[in-house]
Design a protein around this ligand. Structure first.
Ligand code: AMP
Ligand code: TRP
Length: 328
């Protein structure tokens, strides 16, 4: 089993990213034969990035993965733009995909919503093809992602099948891997929308780098439902989201947490939740601070990751070119 996933170095990394995706990435390093994780800078520039910030965030995500437990001996962590094979395969996929299926992607429709077609970058439309190339270039079988990426993975599967039927069996059909709990963590300020780094308010998310006071303040401000009882119910979406987070950072079940809080109100529940988040984040942040101060060490891990995955990417690209009829 070969696992691949990607994360964008744009904005902060929040608890939604962790519970929806990164936690599984770290777990899968022990179960997969090979686990490849790409910091997808080429995806990040589909929305404007300040060059200095992009550089820093790429290093910061690498440090976070290591702080959260990624072991570079078990999993390869690399920067997407360090492997030119991804973009080369993307071009080939642009000739396999059609415009209609790209225009139907929810993320494109949300981000490219502007009526002003002249303002929508072309890259936002072709973004899922780059993601498909990230996956197919390694012939990955499993792709651990949050719920919001499932549609992109469906497209990847369709493209793999289309390529295989036109040019002969080449790509395995990749399967998404979704967490049982936490595939969609909602915003703290609005439980009807997913927690997002592009949210307008910082009170929407808990960043993995938020300090304890900030975490406590944000949890205190988090929206709750009417009523005052701590219970797990679809009628209480805000509370359900907080319980999912509580369970995610402690590894206690939501049922256990509800039982522990019998007879308590939201204020006590929130104080305990903030404490649990801070307890989870403290060792991660200590490790992160150490790692982020040693840029050369981070760069050497990223270089090693890129070198580990290179032979597979190169072999797939050669095979694809031969099948298409290119002289290689
Ligand atoms: P991104 O930050 O968009 O690069 O996303 C990185 C990973 O985090 C992807 O696998 C997403 O599906 C996942 N993710 C992002 N936001 C959330 C969320 N609110 N809940 C669960 N997973 C999420
Ligand atoms: N599009 C994904 C996101 O926004 C990131 C991503 C890029 C990805 N390439 C990938 C995820 C390949 C899984 C596999 O979250």
């Amino acid at each position: 089993m070969r696992v691949l996933s990607g994360i964008q170095p744009s904005g902060v990394v929040h608890l939604g990213n962790y519970l929806g995706a990164i936690r599984q990435h770290i777990e899968l390093q022990n179960q997969a034969d090979q686990a490849f994780y790409s910091i997808v800078d080429l995806h990040a520039i589909t929305t404007p990035q300040e060059p200095k910030d992009l550089h820093q965030r790429t290093l910061s995500i690498a440090a976070l993965y290591l702080a959260l437990g990624l072991n570079p001996e078990k999993a390869s962590l690399f920067v997407q733009s360090h492997r030119p094979e991804h973009t080369e395969l993307t071009w080939i996929l642009t000739t396999i995909a059609n415009l209609g299926e790209l225009e139907r992607m929810t993320q494109f429709k949300e981000k490219g919503r502007s009526d002003e077609r002249n303002q929508v970058p072309m890259g936002l439309l072709s973004y899922p093809l780059l993601m498909a190339a990230d996956i197919l270039i390694y012939k990955a079988d499993r792709v651990p992602v949050g719920d919001d990426q499932v549609q992109h993975l469906e497209l990847t599967r369709d493209l793999a099948k289309r390529f295989n039927s036109r040019f002969g069996e080449t790509f395995p059909i990749p399967e998404p891997v979704l967490p049982k709990n936490g595939a969609r963590i909602m915003g703290l300020d609005d439980p009807t929308k997913k927690m997002s780094k592009s949210a307008t308010s910082e009170n929407n998310y808990i960043a993995l780098t938020d300090d304890p006071d900030t975490v406590t303040k944000k949890i205190k401000k988090a929206v709750t439902d009417s009523g005052s009882e701590i219970e797990l119910s679809d009628d209480k979406p805000a509370l359900k989201n907080l319980l999912t987070i509580f369970s995610g950072v402690t590894n206690n079940s939501m049922g256990e947490i509800v039982t522990e809080h019998q007879g308590q109100g939201y204020a006590d529940f929130k104080a305990n939740l903030a404490e649990a988040i801070n307890e989870f984040l403290a060792p991660v942040q200590a490790k992160y601070n150490q790692l982020i101060s040693d840029e050369n060490h981070l760069l050497s891990i990223l270089k090693q990751g890129s070198e580990q995955v290179a032979p597979i990417a190169q072999a797939t690209l050669k095979e694809v070119k031969e099948k298409i009829g290119f002289i290689v």
